[in-house]
Design a protein around this ligand. Sequence first.
Ligand code: UDX
Length: 474
Amino acid sequence: MGSETPIHILLVSYPAQGHINPLLRLAKCLAAKGSSVIFITTEKAGKDMKAVNNITDKSATPIGEGSLTFEFFDDGLKDDDLIKIGFDGFSKQLELVGKQFLSQMIKNHVESNEPISCIINNPFFPWVCDVAYEHNIPSALLWIQSTAVFTAYYNYFHKLVRFPSDSEPYIDVQLNSSLVLKHNEIPDFLHPLSKYQFLGELILGQFKNLSKAFCVLVDSYEELEHDFIDYSSKNSILMRSIGPLFKNPIIKDANNIRGDFVKSDDCNIIEWLNTKPKDSVVYISFGTLVYLPQEQVNEIAYGLLDSKVSFLWVIKPPPKEMGLKEHVLPNGFLEETNERGKVVKWSPQEEVLAHPSLACFITHCGWNSSMEALSLGVPMLTFPAWGDQVTNAKFLVDVFGVGIRLGYGLMENKLITRDEVKRCLLEATTGEKAEELKKNAGKWKKAAEDVVAVGGSSDRNLDEFIEDIKKCGI
Ligand code: UDX
């Protein structure tokens, strides 16, 4: 492979952390396997990434046998433009400027005799497939959520099964031949009572032009989601599971190339974890977009106080433009938990989850966090907010057997009390249930290690994907 001329692959990511992370991991894997990869997102995201990480734009960094270059496009908006708050207007603006940028870049590559062989996008940028199609370039989608959630959207879009509607909002959904989701377990962007239905529309836009992508890549793995991967193949979709991307050993040396928007205010997190006994610390994080009501934060804080566990809690300040107040912790909380607790604004999550001192993870069940915890063998207390998170919670608890249900999603509007927090924490950290969760989590960890090793299903699928691109011959 080393002496071959590298193929040029573009990856275009929506400027959100939960999208950038999996796309950047894929970019590094493709580069490590010999491709010349260009990672594109907006200038604003690029500015945040450059402020925190050691990355530069427009110059290629060697990774394995290939290379990775960052390119950022101007979203055409002032930093304080209110369009940025509403996803809908912002997405339309990004489509407008992104299409022009991408077309120009494709032309530049043709002129410099380095034509683009494939363009990969994620579900919030369905227009990328249109640009690829216009330029006669093969395109692929990196689906950044679970394959089960992909199936839900697919079934909804093609009206293959009944979903909750205005007249029947509480019906169950038969996801495939063996699995039924309750109305509050479907990705709630598809629910008639959700206030985020416009996001469902955005994602369904991807299903409208799915036929333009020759392949759907998923950051998941065979052993975990075999039935759903198989279901997609039966529907004539070339689906390749290539996850867990972050765990692929070929990108180990590129660990320093990261897309974090935030830097931790505390450099001693791992040192602090080193001082804690094995299986003793509860890690709490709700991803990058979810902001819990203050009242709920209070209940979690008192639950931690009452249960007396050690904990590492990520509490991020909300982005300024959202106009939300920063969370405050109950009076005396930090003093009382000084020895056994740490509160930070950001953590190196992969390292934290891999640390032997971790006992369990209170998570909002974003797919990246779920994948990271599953494949690092960490049991979870599921506390979803919206979207795919409620479906992921169902799978973590009832299908994968690694979780205890704590929250039910913001649509349920239910305050989880300190007593429930305490009860679930104790159940997940001591006794028979804790043992069972740990055993199941260990099984998924081992499976994850096997699939990304040389010859494992995910690693093979990645190789086959690159071969598919080469066969297209651009
Ligand atoms: C969004 C959606 O909310 C989620 O439902 C969807 O599945 C993916 O896109 P987000 O809420 O940001 O994602 O959560 P998640 O998918 O878990 O991604 C967060 C990423 O940030 C993870 O890779 C996690 O490791 C990283 N992170 C988060 C850190 O590195 N440090 C932190 O302190 C918090």
